[in-house]
Design a protein around this ligand. Structure first.
Ligand SMILES: [Fe+2]
Ligand SMILES: [Fe+2]
Length: 245
């Protein structure tokens, strides 16, 4: 597999990181009471421990140039010391706080069955498959979006970035704009994390590891899709409700 083929296969997987129920979360279709569940599961399944997941790729990697990229990402996610000013998992909690939710619930979240499966997949892929799979799953899959192709192709659709006042949590759920601290921080720093993830994948993953990385990402994607089906179900979102908003 050439470098270009590898890049295309990675992009194809990322382009499938989309879920049919997502429009219900961005159009106000999900009730505010149910939105609680969505945020709690997101937080407990990967947001809270995201810096630790980056750290798992870091400790397994024998390549200093890659470790430096991961260390910078880890430092920012864990402390906000380079950009956001606060740890990113803490900034995430500004969303439920701004929505008036009970933050104590975020300390004792019980993962739903498919959330537990997704987390098991993330734990397995980040601990027992080598540094390349670990870095791919954490920095490309978890942090990435279906719009990665725009980094390489100016004609590919870019990730939509509406003004913060038009953010769905503000527009449909009455959250104050100030509570979008994480969104603001990500708009400032996440572009660097995307470029760093791709540099690591394309310049440093050994050619014979590429198929292994693709398999790992596909596993992560399947577990993610099943988890998102479950979140849609508990939030009362059905395909027919999406079809006729
Ligand atoms: Fe972040
Ligand atoms: Fe990041």
């Amino acid at each position: 597999m050439t470098r270009d083929e590898f890049r295309d296969r990675l992009l194809e997987i990322m382009e499938r990181k989309q879920h049919w129920a997502w429009p219900a979360f961005t159009s106000g279709l999900v009730s505010k009471a149910k939105l609680h569940l969505h945020l709690e599961q997101e937080y407990a399944v990967y947001v809270r421990d995201f810096p630790v997941l980056v750290g798992r790729a870091y400790v397994q990697c024998p390549i200093p140039a890659v470790r430096r990229e991961l260390a910078e990402n880890l430092y920012e996610e864990e402390t906000g010391g380079l950009h956001a000013g606060k740890p990113h998992p803490e900034l995430f909690l500004e969303y439920p706080k701004g929505l008036g939710f009970d933050l104590r619930r975020f300390e004792t979240v019980e993962l739903l069955p498919a959330a537990r499966e997704y987390r098991h997949a993330l734990d397995r892929l980040t601990t027992s498959n080598g540094w390349a799979v670990s870095a791919a799953v954490v920095t490309l899959f978890i942090e990435g979006t279906p719009y990665e192709r725009a980094l390489f192709d100016p004609k590919a659709p870019a990730r939509p970035e509406p003004p913060l006042e038009a953010h769905p949590l503000v527009r449909h759920y009455g959250m104050p704009v100030e509570a979008l601290a994480l969104t603001r921080a990500h708009r400032g720093v996440e572009g660097q994390h995307r470029l760093s993830a791709w540099r690591v994948m394309l310049d440093h993953v050994p050619a014979d590891e590429r198929p292994h990385v693709l398999e790992g990402l596909e596993d992560a994607l399947q577990a993610w899709l099943t988890w998102r089906d479950e979140v849609a179900r508990v939030c009362g979102v059905t395909r027919s409700a999406i079809a006729q908003p």
